[in-house]
Each structure stands twice: as structure tokens, then as C-alpha cells.
Write a protein that binds this ligand. Structure first.
Ligand code: FAD
Length: 543
């Protein structure tokens, strides 16, 4: 079969790819260039993944567009004209659609098609995948390999607030935002959540609504993005040597930020004046660079506290009401939860129509028809916005009926946390790859850098298997155990274990507490993955 034929359910595929976000799009393109037959199943009616679903006002990247974009095609990266330093959701969605069109990917993407089950057939050494199409009819697919490109943040988290269904007005979740513009004029809005999506949406709603009441469980550190039109001189400079720029970024721990590299010095060794100047300089640049002001900010709680206090000082300087400023000031280590990047968040609390309610000590008791009750107090509003994040990293896979060798269920395999090898594979699940999953550095990088790395690694692996005549590849239990031990050991040398975060699964009641991402930096991780391949896929059993 050629890749240009539209495969039907009965035809065996080389690759079945789940998801048409950036991961699935690039995986499909890569498979095509290798002459493999591949098909993408996408539950949504569009490509774009994250940027199709998260269309709330203010949604945008928190990594600069010149760095949060594909590098695999020089023509693509030269021709795409980002308009802003940090692209907004509509532009990112246009970009995903452009990629799908430019590389003629659509014939091999089935939209409105949700993968529901996957079973590895031990005898046939193939995956049997079940899906449901737009008409609700079940479909069956057979494939040598399954690539889960289903997204680290693609299953929204809606807390089980008692009474949620009784709320009389509209309930909006940032991750499943309506397609028609929402008119907040004259509305009294309650927003639950203060994470990355909340800090982007709250300032925008506040500009329109009659009142906004923000319910805060944990205060967020928010650094400015200083977004604006893309500096054309910067664009020209980057585009003059885009491959070099990308290569330099791949040498960064985060896969981006080569123009503002991390300072190798210790914050504890610097004088207070020097520290203040260093933090201030990075605050002025905006973005995640603040955490690179010193080498020990993410590894030493004392050093971290200095950066945290710097941001608390900014909050005090910005927010006029000292009591509100105090409530907005976080106490967990900075960066322990994902650092938020947004413009105008703290300033929004100077508006007379914006109120902050601290629900850290007195959690939300119930949603009522007319608002929310917390700490025995009723708070009235007529529109509820849930900015409550995601069942991150594992949530999407744990909702699938996914069974590996001998019928092993993913829910049983991951009962105590997402065991994996290299953040790409799972023992007991042969010929299954997971892009941007647990055990990889993707959550701490510009995710597109990680996606490209994962896709390229998977493609090389399949090409090598075909050249060597192997039908199956499967992580060994020993390799998996030692990888998970490595992920935990690296985390133990950081500040990440000292707060509750989605990295730990702590935002979902009952989710096993396991630090999911690898905090060791992208270059070391990529080196390790390359070394495994160079050693004939060490740690894998080949069949
Ligand atoms: C609001 C928001 C802002 C973000 N900003 C940044 C940022 O600035 N920088 C950064 O690096 N990362 C950011 N991220 C992370 C972001 O998820 C990744 O950057 C990237 O979009 C992930 O691409 P993906 O293709 O792996 O997953 P997604 O874009 O999530 O795509 C996965 C796709 O799989 C589909 N799918 C899932 N399950 C199934 C199934 N069973 N059957 C069929 N289809 C299925 C989903 O519908 C979805 O379309 C952000 C995430 C969010 C939510």
C-alpha cells in the first residue's frame, strides 16, 4: 500500500497514530517520508490538539513563537510569519492547519474519530485498535505500531464539586471553550483556579464583565511575558540562521532560551545587590528566563526562596491593596508548580470589579444554583469559569481500554504510577510509543522540541527494526525499573517534590503520587536516548 491510498479499517497499517496535535502531525509526516503506511485518528473535528480545544480569551503560548514551532522543515520555518512574540491560540491553530495542508497530511487523518481500545495480539504481533467514528459506528484497525500522540494536557479536569450540575448559569471550562465568542458584558463571573490558563483568561474577562470573583486555592507566581508584535529585526536575525538557532536551543536544558542562557553561578554566592539586578534584568526580558538567573534556583530551596521573594516584592509593588497582595503572594517554591507567564495578571486585581477569595483553608463546599459556597459563605455569580487544568500526562491514556501482552491493562500496569522506559515506551506493551509522555523531559521544554526528538527517535527505531528484520520491540522490566528510579533520583535533587503540582499528579484526587517528568534537562536526556539506540536498543527485548 502506498501512503497516498486512503486506508480503510480492514487494511493493516505500519503505524496507527492517535492524535492530530503537533505530535501526530509530525509523526504522520515523518512516517510518510519513510514510505510507511500511517493513519491518524483524531477525536476532535479539527487538527491542532491543544490549540483547537483551549480557545479561551487570552490563550497563548508561554514560550516565544520563534522557539515554539517546528524545525523539521527549513521551508516551513522560513515562510511562516509569526505576528506576535508569543502567538495567541488562533494563530497557533492556523499554524497547525497550515502544516496539515502544506505537507498534504489530511488524507491520512480521520477526524471525529476516537480511539477507544487497543490490544496487542501476541500471535499476529500486531495491535488491534478500536475506534468510534463520527457516526458512532465502531471501527477496527490493525497496525504494527501504535504511536500515542494523544497529548500530555488533553483531558480536562473538572473537580467533582457537589452541586455543580445545579448551577443556574453557564459553566465554561477553559480547555473546552465554546467556539462562538462568549459575551461577558453585564455578567458576574466566578473563576475557579489560578494556574496557567486562569492567569491568561482572568485579565480578559475582567475587561468585559461587571464583576469577577477569583477563587484561589494556591497563589501562582506569574512572570510577565512582555508580549507584543514580533520584533522583525529579531525574526530576521533568527531566520538568517534558523538551523543554528535550533541547534543552540537543543543544547539548553529546556530546549529553548539560547539567547538568554542560564547563569551557571549560585544565587547564594551573589551579593543582594547583584542578585536584585540579575532578577530585575530577567524580569524585564520576561518569560521563563527568570528561573535561569542562577544555577541553583531549582535545586536549592534557599536559593529558590530568594527568587520567590523577588517576585513577591513585585506583587507588593503592583497590587495596591496590601491584603490582596498578601493573598496573591505564593509561599511554595517558585517553579515547583509550572511557572505562569502572562501580562497584566496582578494588575487586574487593582480593578474595582475584581475580587479575590482565598479558598486554601476553606475549600469549596458546593456549587449552588446562584454561585459557590466556601467556608460557610455564599458567593454569588451568574457565570462559572473552571480554569482547573488537566488530568495531566497519564489521564488520556488511563481512559483507554489499552491492553498489552497477555491482556495486561494499562490501568493495572500504572496503578502506582506511570512506569516507562525513556519516557517513550512501557514494558508489557510492545511496539507502542508515547510522545511527550511521563518519564521524558517534555514538560520542562518547549514541547515542540521534545515532540520532534521523540518522533525522530521512533522513526529511527522503526527503520532500524525493519533493517534488522525485527518484528517487535519492548522495554524490559529491568530497564523500566532503572529508568523510573533515575527519574525519581533526579527529582530528589530538585525543589519539585516540595509542593503539590500536576507534575506529581497531586491535582487529581486519588491519582498515585509519582513525579512524572524527567527534570534532568533535554540535552542529557537526548544523549541517553541516542546512546540506547547506538547500543542496538539497549534495555529493549527485540522479537
Ligand atoms: C493552554 C495550554 C497552553 C500551552 N502552552 C504551551 C507552551 O507555551 N509551551 C509548551 O511547550 N507547551 C505548551 N502546552 C503544552 C501543549 O500541550 C503542547 O505544547 C502541545 O500542544 C502538545 O501537542 P501534542 O500533539 O502532543 O498534544 P495535543 O495538542 O494535546 O494533541 C493531542 C490530540 O490527541 C487527541 N486525542 C486524545 N485522545 C484521543 C483518542 N483516544 N482518540 C483520538 N484522538 C485523541 C486530542 O483530541 C488532541 O487533539 C500548553 C498546553 C495548554 C493546554
Amino acid at each position: 500500500m502506498t501512503t497516498r491510498d486512503a486506508p480503510g479499517p480492514a487494511m493493516p497499517l505500519d503505524l496507527l497514530i492517535v492524535g492530530a496535535g503537533f505530535s501526530g502531525l509530525y509523526m504522520l509526516h515523518k512516517a510518510r517520508t519513510m514510505g510507511l503506511s500511517a493513519l491518524v485518528l483524531e477525536a476532535a473535528p479539527s487538527v491542532g490538539g491543544t490549540w483547537y480545544a483551549n480557545r479561551y480569551p487570552g490563550a497563548r503560548v508561554d514560550i516565544q513563537s520563534l522557539e515554539y514551532s517546528f524545525s523539521f522543515s527549513e521551508a516551513l520555518q522560513q515562510e511562516w510569519p509569526w505576528t506576535e512574540r508569543y502567538a495567541a491560540q488562533p494563530e497557533l491553530l492556523r499554524y497547525a492547519n497550515h502544516v496539515a495542508d502544506r505537507f498534504d497530511l489530511r488524507p491520512d487523518i480521520r477526524l471525529n474519530t476516537r480511539m477507544t481500545s487497543g490490544r496487542f495480539d501476541d500471535l499476529a504481533q500486531r495491535w488491534q485498535v478500536g475506534s468510534t467514528g463520527a457516526d458512532g459506528e465502531p471501527q477496527a484497525w490493525h497496525a504494527r505500531f501504535v504511536v500515542l500522540a494523544s497529548g500530555p494536557l488533553s483531558t480536562p479536569n473538572t473537580p467533582a464539586f457537589p452541586g455543580l450540575e445545579t448551577f443556574a448559569g453557564p459553566v465554561l471550562h477553559t480547555a473546552v471553550w465554546p467556539h462562538a465568542p462568549v459575551d461577558f458584558r453585564g455578567r458576574h463571573v466566578g473563576v475557579v483556579g489560578t494556574g496557567s490558563s486562569a492567569v491568561q483568561v482572568i485579565p480578559r474577562i475582567a475587561q468585559q464583565a461587571s464583576s469577577v470573583t477569583v477563587f484561589q486555592r494556591t497563589a501562582a507566581y506569574v512572570v510577565p511575558a512582555h508580549n507584543g508584535p514580533l520584533d522583525r529585526a529579531q525574526e530576521a536575525r533568527v531566520k538568517a540562521d534558523y538551523p543554528g538557532f535550533r541547534a543552540r536551543n537543543r543544547q539548553m536544558r529546556t530546549g529553548f532560551g539560547c539567547e538568554l542562557p542560564a547563569n551557571p553561578a549560585s544565587a547564594l554566592a551573589a551579593s543582594p545587590e547583584a542578585r536584585a539586578a540579575a532578577f530585575e534584568a530577567r524580569w524585564k526580558v520576561g518569560g521563563f528566563g527568570l528561573l535561569g538567573a542562577y544555577a541553583d534556583l531549582m535545586t536549592d530551596l534557599q536559593a529558590n526562596a530568594l527568587a520567590a521573594e523577588f517576585v513577591r516584592g513585585k506583587i507588593r509593588d503592583t497590587v495596591h491593596d496590601p491584603a490582596t497582595a498578601a493573598l496573591l503572594s505564593p509561599h511554595q517554591p517558585i517553579g515547583c508548580k509550572r511557572l505562569c507567564v502572562a501580562d497584566g495578571y496582578y494588575e487586574t486585581f487593582n480593578r474595582s470589579n475584581v475580587h479575590l477569595v482565598d479558598v486554601s483553608g476553606e475549600p469549596v463546599e458546593a456549587i449552588t444554583p446562584k454561585g459557590l459556597r466556601a467556608g460557610g459563605r455564599e458567593h454569588a455569580f451568574d457565570t462559572l469559569v473552571l480554569a482547573t487544568g488537566f488530568d495531566a500526562v497519564t489521564g488520556t491514556l488511563m481512559r483507554l481500554d489499552l491492553r498489552g501482552r497477555g491482556g495486561l491493562r494499562i490501568q493495572d500496569k500504572w496503578r502506582d504510577g506511570p512506569l516507562n522506559y525513556l519516557g517513550l515506551t512501557v514494558a508489557g506493551f510492545p511496539n507502542l510509543f508515547n510522545i511527550a509522555g511521563a518519564g521524558s523531559t517534555s514538560a520542562f521544554t518547549s514541547v515542540i522540541v521534545s515532540i520532534e526528538h521523540h518522533v525522530d527517535w521512533i522513526a529511527e527505531c522503526i527503520a532500524w527494526m525493519d533493517a534488522q528484520g525485527h518484528a517487535t520491540i519492548e522495554a524490559t522490566d529491568a530497564a523500566e525499573r532503572s529508568w523510573v528510579a533515575h527519574v525519581n533520583a533526579v527529582a530528589a535533587h530538585t525543589v519539585f517534590l516540595s509542593c503539590n503540582s500536576w507534575y506529581l499528579g497531586a491535582n487529581i484526587p486519588g491519582k498515585p503520587r509519582m513525579f512524572m517528568p524527567l527534570a534532568g534537562g533535554f540535552p542529557a536526556y537526548a544523549e541517553r536516548c541516542a546512546a540506547v539506540a547506538d547500543q542496538g536498543y539497549a534495555g529493549f527485548a527485540l522479537g
